[in-house]
Design a protein around this ligand. Structure first.
Ligand SMILES: [Zn+2]
Ligand SMILES: [Zn+2]
Length: 137
């Protein structure tokens, strides 16, 4: 996490624990999950997450109900990915697009917006449906 240094965001023990839980997770986490994974008290976890979001280190991922979820910003995780969002239980999981899909999205979006004057920095691409548990349930 050397990349954090320029932000001059002091990494207290609690912030460090919160970041470690997010860093080790393969999906965005609710505040409750951050609390249970890090042992940081709930009110502190809310504050730390808000500070980290403010600093651009953590991003909020909107699910479907069940509160916001959080993950490391892609510039820090170095992991470009997309999300599967379950519209029944709100679970959000990560999936890695194939290089072909990435190229296709970028190429098509570039072509569509070529004359719009819009400067593209990145894309967000979520897929909605029902997770395995909800389909089985
Ligand atoms: Zn589900
Ligand atoms: Zn992508």
């Amino acid at each position: 996490m050397q990349a954090l240094a320029p932000l001059e965001l002091r990494l207290t023990g609690n912030r460090r624990s919160v970041l470690a839980v997010l860093e080790q997770s393969s999906r965005p986490l609710t505040v409750e999950e951050v609390v249970s994974g890090s042992g940081v008290p709930t009110s502190t976890a809310y504050r730390n997450l808000a500070e980290l979001v403010e600093a651009g280190v953590v991003v909020r991922v909107s699910g479907v109900g069940g509160g916001d979820r959080h993950e490391l910003a892609e510039q820090f995780s170095q992991h470009h990915h997309h999300h599967l969002v379950c519209t029944d239980c709100g679970m959000v999981t990560d999936f890695d697009p194939s290089p072909q899909l990435e190229k296709l999205i970028d190429r098509e979006v570039d072509a569509l917006l070529a004359t719009s004057g819009f400067e593209i920095t990145h894309h967000v691409f979520d897929v909605r449906g029902r997770c395995r548990d909800c389909v089985a349930g």
